[in-house]
Design a protein around this ligand. Structure first.
Ligand SMILES: Cc1ncc(COP(=O)(O)O)c(C=O)c1O
Ligand SMILES: N[C@@H](CCOP(=O)(O)O)C(=O)O
Length: 462
C-alpha cells in the first residue's frame, strides 16, 4: 500500500512513513494511491462484530506490512479501552429514520479521540521500534489539541506543542489543554484565529531545516492515519442499520473537512452511503463552495460551535485532488491561488463534488433552537456542533432513507451555549469534575512564525 501527495511532487511512502511524515514535502496531503475495496459480503460479515473487530477489518488493508496482524490488533484494543461506552460509538434514535451517532465517549469527550487514541498507540510502537523521538506540533480550534495531549502526555520520546486561538475555545476545551502537568505538554494561546494556527503549522512543515532539527510530526488531520481511523465508525453504524442491504445517509458537522472526508473514503471502499451532507456553522466557506460560489476565504467569525470556526478546510484539498482527476499540478495551482484569496472550481470538478457531497448551514439562532427542540422531542442534549448537524439533516433529509447525524462532542464541553439554548447546564463526567479547580499552564504568544518556532526550539527536551 503506497501513499501519494495531493500535489504530486513528494516521494511515495508506505503507511508508517506517511504517518510519521505528516505534511508531504511538496506541501500536499498524503492519500492512498489506490482505495482498497470491500465486497458486499465482506461488509455484511461485519454485523455483530465488536467495534475493535470492525476497526481491524476496515483499516487493515490500508496499513500494508507496517504492523503485523497481531500487533495491529493489540494497538486497536489499547486505543479503545479507555472509552466509557461498550459500543464505543453508540447509535441513538432521534426521530423516525433519524439517528445520532454519539462519538463523544472517549477520554476527552469529542470524536477526535477515535483517531487520536489510535495514532497515539501507532506512534509509540513505531517510535520504539525505530528508537526515534519526535516533536508534535498541532493546531486546534479546541478538540484536536486536548485529544492529542491526552494521547501523548508523559511520553519520554515525544514533546507536544498545541497552538490554539486565544479566547476562541470554550473554557472546558482550554482547561483540557492547560491543566495537564506533564513536562512534555505545552499549550500555546496564539493571538489569532484557527486558520492562523493551521497556517503556521503548515509553514513549520515547509521549513525543512526546522522540520529536521526538531523532528517535527503532525497529528492534525493532515495526517492520513487520523482520517483512516475515522472511516471505521461509518462502517460500524451503517452495518448496524442494515448495510449492505440498505443505504444510509450521513450529515457531518464540518470544519476542517476531515470527518466528512472519512465518510467519502468509506463510500469509496464500498459502503452503500446514499448522501454525505456537509453541515457548517456561519463559517460557511464549504457550503458556499459546494453550491458553486467558488472557494474564497474570509475572516473567521467566532460562533457558539467554536471547533468549526474554520475558513481554510485542510482536507478539502484531498477532495479537490480526486475532483481534478488526481492531477497534482492542478491542485498545486489552486492552493497557490488560495494563498491570494481563493479560486473558482472548474465545471468538471464541481460536478464530481456535487455527486459526492450535499451541504447546508445553520445560523447561530437555528443552532440554539435545535438544541432546545431536540431536548424536548427526544431527550437528547446536543452540543452546538452536533446541533448544526441535526438542523441541516432535518432540512435536507429524505424521510425514506435512514439518516445518521454525527454527534461530535459532549454537551458538557460547551456548557454556556447549551444552557443558553436549553436552560440545562450539562455537568462534566466525574473523572473531570475538578477541572475548574486545577492550575493552568499556558503561554500566550504572538501570531508570528519566528516567535512560535523559537518557543518550540527553546522548550523541546534534548
Ligand atoms: C466538536 C467538533 N465538531 C465538528 C468538527 C469538524 O470536524 P472536521 O474538522 O473533521 O470537519 C470539529 C473539529 O474538527 C469538532 O471538534
Ligand atoms: N476542529 C478541530 C480543528 C483541527 O482539525 P483536525 O481534524 O485537522 O485536527 C479542532 O477541534 O481542533
Amino acid at each position: 500500500m503506497k501513499y501519494i501527495s495531493t500535489r504530486g511532487a513528494a516521494p511515495e511512502l508506505n503507511f508508517e512513513e506517511a504517518m510519521l511524515t505528516g505534511l508531504a514535502r511538496d506541501g500536499g496531503l498524503y492519500v492512498p494511491a489506490q482505495i482498497p475495496q470491500m465486497s458486499a459480503d465482506e461488509i455484511a460479515a461485519l454485523a455483530g462484530l465488536t467495534y475493535e473487530e470492525v476497526a481491524q477489518r476496515v483499516m487493515r488493508p490500508f496499513i500494508g506490512d507496517a504492523f503485523s496482524d497481531d500487533e495491529f490488533g493489540e494497538i486497536i484494543a489499547r486505543a479503545y479501552d479507555q472509552f466509557n461506552h461498550a459500543a464505543r460509538a453508540p447509535l441513538v434514535q432521534l426521530d423516525s429514520n433519524h439517528f445520532l451517532l454519539e462519538l463523544f465517549h472517549g477520554p476527552t469527550l469529542a470524536f477526535k479521540d477515535f483517531a487520536m487514541q489510535l495514532i497515539g498507540q501507532l506512534f509509540q510502537s513505531a517510535l520504539a521500534r525505530r528508537g526515534e523521538r519526535i516533536t508534535i506540533v498541532g493546531a486546534t480550534s479546541g478538540d484536536t489539541g486536548s485529544a492529542a495531549i491526552e494521547a501523548f502526555r508523559g511520553l519520554d520520546n515525544v514533546d507536544v506543542f498545541i497552538l490554539f486561538p486565544h479566547g476562541r475555545v470554550s473554557e472546558v476545551q482550554r482547561r483540557q489543554m492547560t491543566t495537564p502537568s506533564e513536562s512534555n505538554v505545552h499549550a500555546l494561546a496564539v493571538d489569532g484565529d484557527f486558520d492562523d494556527c493551521q497556517a503556521a503549522l503548515k509553514d513549520m512543515f515547509n521549513d525543512f531545516e526546522f522540520r529536521e532539527e526538531v523532528g517535527l510530526a503532525g497529528v492534525n488531520s493532515i495526517n492520513w492515519a487520523r482520517v483512516l481511523a475515522q472511516v471505521v465508525y461509518y462502517f460500524s453504524s451503517t452495518v448496524s442499520l442494515g448495510a449492505p442491504h440498505r443505504k444510509v445517509s450521513f450529515t457531518v458537522p464540518t470544519g476542517n473537512f476531515g470527518d466528512i472526508f472519512a465518510g467519502y473514503i468509506a463510500k469509496r471502499i464500498g459502503l452503500p452511503i446514499d448522501r454525505l451532507i456537509v453541515a457548517t456553522n456561519q463559517n460557511d466557506i464549504l457550503h458556499r463552495s459546494l453550491t458553486g460560489q467558488g472557494y474564497r476565504k474570509g475572516q473567521v467569525q467566532p460562533s457558539i460551535s467554536p471547533s468549526m470556526d474554520i475558513q481554510v478546510s485542510s482536507n478539502f484539498e484531498r477532495a479537490l485532488f480526486d475532483a481534478y482527476g488526481r492531477d497534482g499540478d492542478a491542485v498545486t495551482q489552486l492552493m497557490d491561488e488560495l494563498q491570494q484569496g481563493g479560486f473558482e472550481i472548474s465545471q468538471g470538478a464541481m460536478q464530481y463534488l456535487r455527486e459526492q457531497f450535499d451541504s447546508g448551514r445553520a445560523s447561530e439562532e437555528e443552532t440554539l433552537a435545535t438544541i432546545a427542540q431536540t431536548l424536548t422531542s427526544s431527550g437528547e442534549l446536543l452540543c452546538p456542533h452536533s446541533a448544526v448537524g441535526v438542523k441541516v439533516a432535518n432540512a435536507l433529509r429524505d424521510p425514506e432513507v435512514p439518516m445518521i447525524t454525527l454527534a461530535t462532542a459532549h454537551p458538557a464541553k460547551f456548557p454556556d451555549a447549551v444552557e443558553q439554548a436549553s436552560g440545562v447546564r450539562p455537568p462534566l463526567p466525574p473523572a473531570m469534575a475538578d477541572m475548574y479547580d486545577r492550575a493552568e499552564r499556558v503561554t500566550r504568544i504572538a501570531n508570528d512564525l519566528g516567535a512560535l518556532k523559537g518557543h518550540i526550539k527553546g522548550h523541546i527536551r534534548a
